[in-house]
Design a protein around this ligand. Structure first.
Ligand SMILES: NC(=O)c1ccc[n+]([C@@H]2O[C@H](COP(=O)([O-])OP(=O)(O)OC[C@H]3O[C@@H](n4cnc5c(N)ncnc54)[C@H](O)[C@@H]3O)[C@@H](O)[C@H]2O)c1
Length: 213
């Protein structure tokens, strides 16, 4: 039975081992003195706490380039997210197979949500359609939304929205690239940069004026 000590885990995570043991005790996981934690059981306990040991049916709305790519991504199923249905407003798409499933028309959105007990919806429609799709998902019983459309969605209390925007991730990388270029121009790492005012703050929050060596 592979085991791991709280000291090893704490060192790997860069945290204090006493704090780690205390946190694990909230999971009901206490380990054995001198032996440590049973790795398999610990993984199960953490997964259970994160809600990953149950099956989560998910619908994807908007089966264009992005929606089809998401539908074809195998990584969701291995984490317990089962794609229950693919939904699109284009009548020409209805019945067409994507990732081995027939695309269903938005006319049936409500019944699909109900029949599959779906609580998580993924929106991959154009921005202009996203709020309307969101409203229908929420009215049908969806309480968590992963939004890829470049728009801010309004939802009632009790509904969670996570927005994914890859261009923001690129902006963050571009910001760091700019800092690196400034560092090279200054000649040595760790130099205090004379950054233009508007780049003194990165899109991911405060960035120290001195880059680490
Ligand atoms: N978040 C990101 O990083 C990221 C990256 C790429 C694309 N996007 C966004 O994702 C969305 C989809 O991009 P795409 O390239 O797949 O577009 P696309 O045009 O290829 O696909 C959009 C699909 O949505 C369908 N659709 C339109 N209105 C609908 C409605 N009311 N209900 C259901 N389906 C509807 C269309 O029929 C089409 O199949 C866009 O909003 C785009 O800006 C976001």
């Amino acid at each position: 039975m592979p085991t791991v000590s709280s000291e090893e885990l704490a060192a790997a995570a860069g945290v204090n081992s006493a704090k780690l043991r205390k946190d694990f005790s909230y999971l009901g996981s206490y380990g054995t003195r001198g032996v440590g934690y049973d790795v398999e059981y610990l993984v199960y306990q953490i997964s259970r706490e994160l809600g990953l040991t149950q099956d989560w049916p998910v619908v994807i709305v908007g089966i264009g380039n992005l929606g089809a790519a998401l539908a074809n991504y195998g990584g969701f199923a291995s984490r317990g997210f089962r794609v229950a249905a693919l939904i699109d407003a284009d009548p020409a798409m209805a019945g067409k197979p994507v990732a081995g499933m027939p695309v269903q028309h938005t006319d049936d959105l409500e019944s699909i949500i109900e029949e599959n007990g779906v609580s998580i919806g993924v929106i991959a429609t154009p921005a202009g359609a996203a709020q309307q799709v969101c409203d229908r998902l929420v009215a049908a019983g969806v309480t968590s939304i992963l939004n890829f459309a470049p728009t801010v969605l309004s939802v009632p209390d009790g509904v969670d929205v996570r927005k994914v925007d890859l261009s923001i991730e690129l902006q963050i990388l571009a910001f760091h690239e700019q800092r690196k270029a400034g560092e090279e121009a200054a000649g040595e790492p760790g130099t205090v940069l004379q950054a233009p005012k508007e780049t003194g703050k990165g899109p991911d929050g405060d960035v120290p004026a001195v880059m680490p060596a």
